[in-house]
Design a protein around this ligand. Structure first.
Ligand code: HEC
Length: 250
């Protein structure tokens, strides 16, 4: 009886989650970082950072990242210095007790587009653009959802009223979002000759967001494989030893 109830609850709860998305099941995509041998493509990460910098950073902060973290995705020390120096941070107080502005350094956090949350809301029709540092972990379906969301802007279906300053989006809950469509074909120029279609740009920026949220992913997966191999070898040795020790008794 108890077993039946558990099965029923299970069926019921999967129904609820299926009903959540009113645009059908969430499409999944191929990512280089999926699977147990998944890795990040450094060129894609660097392109993704460029997209973040040129498009998303106008509205979204990434406060958990430091400029020096960009060394991890293949930028040289000199490049990171130049990237950081394009931003200004408020430092101080100095000897006179005053705050002053200076160029950002590799040891600084990513500079936020707004001074505080209120300014962010004011500039975005009352909606708060969330910090993107760990956004792939903070949303159900992670990278797949964000990819679909960024490409999910469409004309609203007939009869649907979209609120003032809101946009119809296929994948967001309630189908209305206050973020205007950020990515179009060719909206970012790539220096490495990669095709800059909206899909490619989106794929790159989402790859970058995934790395930002899980920079340790490659190390973790690598360690996972080593641990599995270790236990396979250990298991074999123990099995052989057991056979040998018990041979005379059997
Ligand atoms: C013009 C400002 C603006 C730009 C540019 C912008 N966003 Fe947003 N974004 C917003 C606002 C405002 C929200 C909050 C939307 C809401 O709550 O309705 C948001 C929400 C989001 C969300 C959360 C959606 C959810 O499920 O809650 C993600 C993810 C996101 N943006 C990613 C991006 C990425 C990636 C880029 C760059 C390619 C980008 N945004 C560019 C303003 C912007």
């Amino acid at each position: 009886m108890r077993f039946c109830i558990i099965i029923l609850i299970f069926l019921f709860s999967t129904n609820i989650s299926a009903a959540e998305s009113n645009s059908g099941p969430m499409p999944r995509h191929e990512w280089s970082f999926n699977g147990i041998t998944g890795t990040f493509d450094k060129a894609a990460l660097q392109r993704g950072f460029k997209v973040y910098q040129e498009v998303c950073a106008g509205c979204h902060s990434m406060k958990l990242l430091y400029y020096r973290d960009l060394l991890d995705i293949g930028f040289s020390k000199a490049e990171v210095k130049v990237i950081a120096s394009e931003y200004t941070v408020l430092d101080g107080p100095n000897d006179e007790g005053e705050m002053y502005e200076r160029d950002a350094r590799p040891a600084d956090r990513f500079v936020s587009p707004y001074l505080n949350d209120n300014e962010a809301r004011l500039s975005n029709n009352g909606a708060y653009p969330p910090d993107l540092s760990v956004i792939t972990k903070a949303r159900k379906y992670g990278e797949d959802y964000i990819y679909n969301l960024l490409l999910g802007y469409e004309e609203p279906p007939e009869g649907m009223e979209v609120g003032d300053g809101m946009y119809y989006n296929k994948w967001v809950g309630g189908n209305q979002i206050s973020m205007p469509e950020p990515i179009y074909d060719e909206s970012v120029d790539y220096d490495d000759g990669t095709d800059n279609s909206a899909k490619q740009i989106t794929k790159d920026v989402v790859t970058f967001l995934k790395w930002a949220a899980e920079p340790e992913l490659e190390v973790r997966k690598n360690l996972g494989i080593k641990v599995i191999l270790f236990f396979l070898v250990l298991g074999t040795v123990i099995y052989l030893a057991k056979n040998r020790l018990w041979r005379e008794i059997d």
